[in-house]
Design a protein. Structure first.
Length: 346
């Protein structure tokens, strides 16, 4: 090969282990994946990874570690590499999947996926990942814990309702179910108190949440979830990227005259953002004339209320980013003018 331009370590990571493929590009734009190895997803595995990469790669050029955002399994490795001063990029899984389909690879394995990620890193200019601010990381842990707790409480309430509906309910079962629900309610209040404490300790975050809460339907908890899941919009560059990150981007499958699927959102993104905006969208449709008009227009167009509500969810999320960038509270007249000017700009 000629002079090296890029070196990439493509990482396909799972709960217990991960596979790494090393790739390089020379000044003739020739791409090559030349080494692959599996490591355990532990601190010892991380150290062995670094030793292996140093042995196999050129010391004259930085190695970019590229991995998918796979739930939480990638986080320990990302933090370790960041602490070591390594360049790290974390890519949404749907981008890797789309890139994989462009390759002439018929078998999908851990090895082929790590090779795909390495080739993706060589062929793209990727943003560098920085660890989230502590306030956003703590907030994300708490908001996700609350979400799990609410799901458990819903199950407990359904079980209680089923038991109460029986001909002869078991008194002991009823008592235990009620105590469990009461305990979960107390835990939720503790989590909410911790979230509020985090917000109060950071004046910048407090001001941001107040600003975002000016949008109809969005309360403090929803604003906290949005900031936590986007790391305070740190890597978001535009509304389209934010919508794609949340899985609100629209996909449409069409081929010739025989295949013409209906457009639908991809859902290949952060499900916590989508879930957090469900109830706020319903509230905005009910109480704000602007969002009610959007909903009515879309229902009149295709007759599907849920589809129209999802469009409002996306609109609300995009509005939070607009509010964040402009640093101006929500105002119907102002944002109508702002959106008109944005649409007129090529």
């Amino acid at each position: 090969m000629g002079k090296l331009l890029r070196q990439v370590a493509g990482i396909d990571i799972a709960r217990k282990d991960f596979v790494v493929s090393l790739g390089r590009m020379d000044d003739g734009l020739s791409e090559q994946v030349y080494a692959t190895r599996k490591f355990m997803n532990t601190n010892d595995g991380f150290i062995k990874l670094r030793e292996w990469v140093k042995e196999k790669s050129s010391a004259e050029l930085e190695v970019l570690y590229v991995m998918e955002a796979t739930g939480v399994y990638h986080e320990k490795l990302a933090y370790f590499l960041n602490e070591q001063g390594c360049a790290v990029s974390i890519v949404l899984a749907n981008k890797i999947s789309n890139f994989f389909r462009t390759l002439s690879v018929k078998t999908q394995t851990d090895n082929t996926m790590s090779e795909t990620i390495a080739l993706f890193g060589l062929s793209r200019t990727l943003d560098r990942w920085n660890r989230p601010q502590k306030v956003f990381k703590d907030m994300r842990q708490l908001t996700r814990e609350r979400d799990q707790l609410v799901q458990i409480r819903t199950i407990a309430k359904n079980q209680l309702h089923a038991e109460q509906s029986e001909a002869y309910p078991n008194p002991g079962t009823l008592e235990r179910s009620l105590k469990q629900i009461e305990f979960l309610n107390e835990q939720e209040q503790q989590i909410l108190a911790e979230i509020n404490a985090l917000v109060r300790q950071d004046e910048q975050v407090k001001a941001l949440i107040t600003l975002i809460c000016s949008i109809p339907g969005i309360g403090k908890l929803t604003a906290a979830i949005i900031l936590a899941e986007t790391n305070g919009f740190e890597l978001i560059v535009n509304k389209r990227q934010l919508a794609s990150y949340a899985g609100f981007d629209v996909t449409h499958k069409q081929s010739g005259t025989s295949i013409n699927g209906k457009p639908r959102i991809s859902k290949k993104g952060n499900r916590h953002l989508r879930k957090a905006l469900h109830l706020p969208a319903l509230s905005a449709i009910k109480h704000d004339e602007r969002f009610k008009a959007i909903f009515t227009r879309l229902v009149g167009k295709h007759g599907i209320k849920m589809k129209a509500a999802v469009a409002v969810q996306r609109k609300l999320l995009e509005m939070t980013y607009t509010i964040y960038k402009s640093n101006i509270p929500y105002d119907t007249a102002h944002f109508k003018k702002l959106e008109s000017s944005n649409e007129a700009t090529p």
